[in-house]
Design a protein around this ligand. Structure first.
Ligand code: PAF
Length: 290
């Protein structure tokens, strides 16, 4: 496992692989790796000969005026522990790409060309974190151009992010297959997330309620409840009562996160809520009952 921190070094390594006709997979991360990330690496290994894991805390996706001030500075950076975790798994990546901010944004990111996916970037999380998905799409596009992967693997916990990435990959004709992997959960159902480290031990137990609220809403829909507004309002009220500060709890069409219609193949229920110092997001799929 090689740690590379320059674009030239990365390109030279990938060029050698490609010269031998090898398939390359990328797993983009911001570090503070947990079991969910390691499963993405495992999946990447199954679909490519060579695997690159990028570790980069991307300032552009934090500069969102969300009232989330200082989130970039306080984001957990655990590089040595991350390398150790990756070095002991059987699906160990060939390369960890860990560039400095100056490598990714040599001219400073304020003046940087950006990738903006309209519509889907400004709803749900995008409404509460303006600019966030522009930051995500821009950095992922840059990583795609640097690594030139055949396949890239992302977690479905960040479902909206996955759709944003799929959209720009299609629209800008990136020759990259984008794979989404199911959310990995703690025993109590809490979705694994790097931000869970902001939770106290007590909050971590309590946070499981977020997934329970999704499961309950799913059950309601599957047993025929069609008043989605009522389900959403009820869930928000219950989360507030339980000490969460919900941003949204929404039932949407899974393919594009638009409002659900009677003919949807699949729906998704998405939630974002603060608990203590942690902003938590989660989602659950609901099949069409027709
Ligand atoms: O999901 C993440 O960790 C980040 O948003 C990503 C995709 C690595 C881009 O910085």
């Amino acid at each position: 496992m090689k740690i590379i921190d320059t674009v030239a070094g990365l390109r030279a390594t990938v060029a050698r692989w490609k010269a031998h006709g090898e398939r390359v997979a990328l797993v983009p991360t911001m570090g503070n790796l947990h079991t969910g990330h390691l499963q993405l690496v495992e999946r990447a290994r199954k679909s490519a000969d060579r695997v690159v894991v990028s570790i980069f805390v991307n300032p552009m996706q934090f500069s969102d005026g969300s009232g989330d001030g200082g989130d970039f500075e306080r984001y957990p950076r655990t590089f040595d522990a991350d390398c150790k975790k990756l070095s002991v798994i059987s699906d160990q990546p060939e390369v960890i790409f860990a560039p400095a901010v100056q490598v990714m944004y040599p001219a400073g990111f304020e003046q940087e060309t950006r990738v903006k996916v309209p519509g889907i970037s400004s709803i749900l999380c995008g409404e509460f974190r303006p600019g966030h998905f522009v930051g995500v799409a821009t950095i992922v596009a840059k990583l795609f151009n640097m690594v030139q992967p055949d396949v890239a693997v992302f977690g479905e916990k960040d479902y909206q992010q996955l759709l944003v990435i799929r959209r720009f990959v299609t629209d800008l004709c990136f020759p990259v297959e984008v794979l989404g992997m199911p959310t990995v959960r703690e025993k109590n159902g809490l979705a694994m997330s790097s931000r869970n480290t902001y939770l106290s031990a007590h909050e971590r137990m309590h946070a499981a309620m977020l997934y329970q609220s999704l499961q309950y809403a799913k059950q309601q829909i599957e047993s025929g409840e069609s008043d989605f507004a009522m389900i959403q309002t009820q869930a928000i009220a219950q989360l507030k009562e339980a000490g969460f500060r919900p941003e949204y709890f929404e039932i949407r069409r899974a393919q594009d996160l638009q409002m659900p219609t009677d003919t949807d193949e699949q729906r998704v229920i998405l939630v974002a809520a603060w608990l203590g110092k942690a902003r938590l997001i989660d989602n659950i799929m609901v099949g069409n009952m027709e």
